[in-house]
Design a protein around this ligand. Structure first.
Ligand SMILES: [Zn+2]
Length: 145
């Protein structure tokens, strides 16, 4: 008997890759993306091959640390999510940075939906616990003063 159809696909629990988390720390802490030296296009997260011109000549690029909200929504999974145990409702937003890059991130210290165009700035906050119990820090945004 095939139980795959009976119960459907088993959701895979998010796995934390320590090596990858370490290698991506510049992007997670400082929004370091990539800029193509051939066509000038900027990317975040970082790339190794330019999706636009297929060049391999990419340099680190520090993204703008401020931007404005395109759309925001309160995210509640409806059940305790692994690693985020002490956080229930989270305000997630798509943000257009000042250099044109779009990024989806959590808005810290705010739980209500914000209007389009609200100015936000980069902050570093605790994001979750990884599988080994260590705290993972990374970028979030907060409303600019
Ligand atoms: Zn390019």
């Amino acid at each position: 008997m095939n139980f795959d159809n009976l119960y459907g696909p088993i959701p895979k629990v998010e796995t934390h890759n320590t090596v990858r988390a370490f290698k991506e720390k510049d992007g997670r802490y400082r929004l370091i993306g990539s800029q193509c030296a051939d066509c000038g296009q900027i990317w975040f997260p970082r790339r190794f091959i330019c999706p636009k011109c297929h060049g391999q000549n990419l340099q680190p690029y520090a993204c703008a640390q401020g931007g404005e909200i395109v759309v925001s929504w309160v995210d509640n999974m409806g059940f305790p999510t692994i690693g985020y145990e002490d956080i229930d409702d989270r305000l997630i937003a798509m943000i257009r940075l000042d250099d044109g890059i779009h990024i989806i991130a959590e808005i810290a210290e705010c739980k209500r939906v914000l209007p389009k165009g609200t100015r936000v700035q980069l902050v570093i906050r605790q994001q979750k616990r990884d599988d080994t119990g260590n705290l993972v820090y990374g970028y979030k945004f907060k409303i600019s003063e």
